[in-house]
Design a protein. Structure first.
Lengths: 481, 247
């Protein structure tokens, strides 16, 4: 076994592939947070008065809030005065087309494998790329606009569709929701906005790519997706960051609203820098994501593949308000080395005949700690609500951990709630079996892990399923020796 | 093809094989028999490189190369196949997909072009008839929910696809009814050729009615205590293992 152990060690020391830093001139405001900083951000973005007021209200509330400590993760206190809350690549003038995007920024996106023009031409994926705090370019905007779809950066939406933004902003995740949501509401800098009009099936996958480049900055983006009656949209989000020794904070908010018979599929491939193998550096990914199934027969599906971040702390949830609405949550969360994840979902059944499905797959390797935390709440008027939850944990090695905390709050006796959970260790016998058939240890682990995650991967759009599988194998490299 | 010299193996802290000498030439089928705990399966697992079986002494030469210096997957790609006594389940991994990965790993190693999905399905179609493998077994997860007989048939099916030079069958007959036994034996016999060799580990003589060995070796207490032709198996059947142990 000696030779195979060596190659595994080589792989383990291979570095985070997306850890490069792009040298662009950026405009970053001084570190620290105060009312003046909130005003400055709003002013830089040329925001209307109502939005500034909204931010200030959130900021003032945030000052009175305490950082939550109930989650099963451990980190040193964050100094909120030591973060710069706004950073943007300096631009000379307003951009008219993709060609005018800073070549360095574009080169970065190319390195990440998302060449913007190729995306436009070949993949049929519309991309909104967020670099540090501002949205760099939104491809495909015209084509989508021809069917009435609005897909643009949050700042543009504030300018061009203030009535829509004002109507829905904070309607699912109010600024009062939690500590990080309040912080985000005060200082959010950009993000994506999507509106799908009545009866329109979005003709392509919409995608946002987030990247934190500048040092000591946080990324506080906000995504708002509204699907009007009978519409359909599939939205993808991907994330990377350079390697830095300091921890960087990412506190985003995502709000989804699905009206009658509308469907929103929201898929995330999260690969923020996880820190080195001793746990130095890495992103703190503290995110609030929630979808409101507003209308009858609406449906929201969250699919997430979480391979990155030093700490992941998020619970994409659904509020099933409309009768016959459906919420789904499919998740793969991986923790290797010193990574920690406390993730899961909240399914809140309010309407009649509402259904929810939860499939959570946690993979722990190295010293990784993986926690599933899920809430299923059935309100007293939610007749015939149904939930099925399945939480499986896979352990690789004997120094990692998996934890499951399901919470059930049932206030209607007609509810049917099922919960299944399993924990298994990736078996030496499974690996040996694969090796006896000629597969390398690495291929064996990848195959066993992807088999374990199958139910989640098949929810992802095809090309992203392939990417997710690759990412997973990279993030688990060196986990079996 | 295979030369084993003074092989000593430990497992779970115990010395199990205490010096095995065995030579297997191409074209031959050797049966390894013996009472429970005599070390039969240990020998099979040591040949395939199972990590829980530690070789403490002796050597194994495979076509002139030091087999013990190779990783288990390297041995497999070089043509050593072991049919498991207890085939392992792999949830969520499609059986046909698994087989294709295995066959292509070997082809790549041999410098042959890898099969694409169409070519592979064609190959599967040919080989699955022989072992009465039906399509549902191919689309299910590897060994998951398979009956004991299906698992063993799946092992021999993998062997047929991988076309090993040296096949080691570890108690493949255990838990098989007579019909399944015949199917498995047909699969093994179809593989017999002057270029290939097989080591058949079994507790009972019954399997050897269908896979007729050239040589029979009897293991007891971690050593080969008696070797002979196929008639030795019949003699054992009549007299029982006590006969050997007393000798």
């Amino acid at each position: 076994m000696s030779t195979s152990t060596e190659t595994i060690e080589d792989l383990a020391t291979r570095e985070y592939k997306y850890g490069f830093v792009t040298d662009v001139e950026s405009e970053t405001i001084p570190k620290g947070l105060s009312e003046d900083v909130v005003r400055l951000i709003s002013q830089k973005k040329g925001e209307p008065e109502w939005l500034l007021d909204w931010r200030l209200k959130a900021y003032r509330l945030w000052l009175t809030m305490k950082e939550p400590t109930w989650q099963n993760v451990h980190y040193d206190p964050i100094n909120y005065q030591d973060i710069a809350y706004y950073s943007a690549p300096k631009k000379k003038k307003a951009l008219n087309s993709l060609d005018e995007v800073d070549p360095e920024v574009r080169a970065t996106f190319n390195k990440l494998g998302i060449p913007l023009e190729e995306q436009m031409l070949l993949a049929g994926v519309a991309v909104d790329a967020v670099f540090d705090s501002v949205s760099v370019a939104t491809t495909f905007r015209e084509k989508l606009a021809s069917v009435g779809i609005i897909f643009m950066s949050f700042s543009d939406a504030v300018r061009e569709h203030p009535e829509l933004v004002r109507k829905y902003l904070g309607s699912v995740v109010p600024h009062t929701d939690n500590f990080f949501a309040a912080l985000n509401s005060a200082v959010f800098s950009d993000g994506s906005f999507v509106y799908i009009p009545k009866g329109v099936r979005c003709p392509m996958e919409l995608s946002t790519y987030f990247r934190i480049n500048a040092k000591d900055t946080g990324q506080f983006e906000r995504t708002l997706i509204v699907a009007d009656e009978g519409s359909f949209v599939s939205y993808l989000e991907g994330c990377t960051a350079p390697m830095r020794d300091e921890n960087q904070l990412h506190a985003a908010v995502v709000e989804l609203v699905a009206h009658d018979d509308a469907t929103i599929k929201y898929s995330t491939i999260q690969n923020w820098y996880p820190g080195d193998k001793n746990g130095k550096g890495g992103i703190y990914n503290f995110v609030t994501k929630r979808g409101l199934c507003e209308g009858r027969g609406s449906k929201i599906t969250w699919t997430q593949v979480e391979t990155g971040s030093a700490i992941t702390w998020k619970y994409p949830g659904c509020i099933l308000k409309g009768d016959n609405s459906i919420g789904e949550f499919y998740s793969v969360a991986t923790t290797n080395n010193r990574q920690q994840a406390d993730t899961g979902t909240k399914m809140v059944h309010l309407g009649k005949n509402t259904r929810s499905t939860i499939v959570s797959k946690g993979i722990s390797a190295g010293f990784g700690q993986n926690t599933y935390r899920g809430l299923v709440r059935v309100g007293k008027n939610a007749k015939n609500a149904r939930n099925y939850s399945q939480c499986d944990s896979l352990l690789i090695g004997d120094k990692c951990g998996a934890h499951t905390f399901p919470y059930l709050e049932i206030r209607n006796t007609s509810a049917r709630v099922e919960h299944e959970a399993s924990t298994s260790k990736i078996g030496e016998d499974q690996i040996f079996y694969c090796r006896q058939r000629g597969l390398t240890t690495e291929d064996a682990v990848n195959m066993i892990v992807s088999g374990f995650c199958k139910e989640v991967f098949r929810e992802l759009p095809m090309e992203f399923a392939v990417e997710a599988q690759k990412l997973l194998s990279i993030s688990l490299e060196g986990s079996v020796g | 093809m295979l030369i084993i010299k003074n092989l000593q193996v430990r497992a779970e802290g115990k010395e199990i094989l205490k010096g095995i000498d065995l030579t297997v030439n191409a074209g031959e089928v050797h049966a390894i028999m013996g009472p429970n705990g005599s070390g039969k399966s240990t020998l099979a697992r040591a040949i395939s490189g199972h990590p829980e079986y530690e070789v403490t002494g002796g050597e194994i030469l495979y076509n002139g190369a030091d087999l013990l210096d190779m990783d288990p997957d390297e041995r497999a790609r070089e043509g050593v196949f072991m049919a498991f006594q207890y085939p392992v389940e792999i949830a969520g991994v499609n059986n046909a997909y698994f087989l294709k990965a295995a066959v292509n790993a070997k082809r790549k190693h041999l410098g042959l072009p890898e099969y694409d999905a169409m070519e592979f399905m064609q190959l599967i179609k040919e080989k699955s008839k022989l072992l009465e493998i039906d399509q549902s077994m191919l689309s299910r997860a590897v060994n998951e929910g398979f009956s004991g007989g299906e698992k063993k048939r799946n092992e021999i099916f993998q062997m047929a696809l991988l076309e090993p030079k040296l096949a080691v069958l570890d108690e493949t007959d255990s838990g098989l009814d007579i019909d399944a036994l015949k199917i498995v034996a047909n699969g093994v016999n179809a593989m017999r050729s002057p270029e290939r060799a097989a080591i058949v580990v079994t507790h009972y003589q019954r399997l050897l009615d269908y896979i007729v060995p050239d040589f029979v070796h009897v293991l007891s207490g971690g050593r080969i205590v008696k070797s002979g032709g196929k008639e030795l198996a019949l003699e054992l059947e009549q007299k029982g293992y006590g006969w050997i142990e007393a000798a």
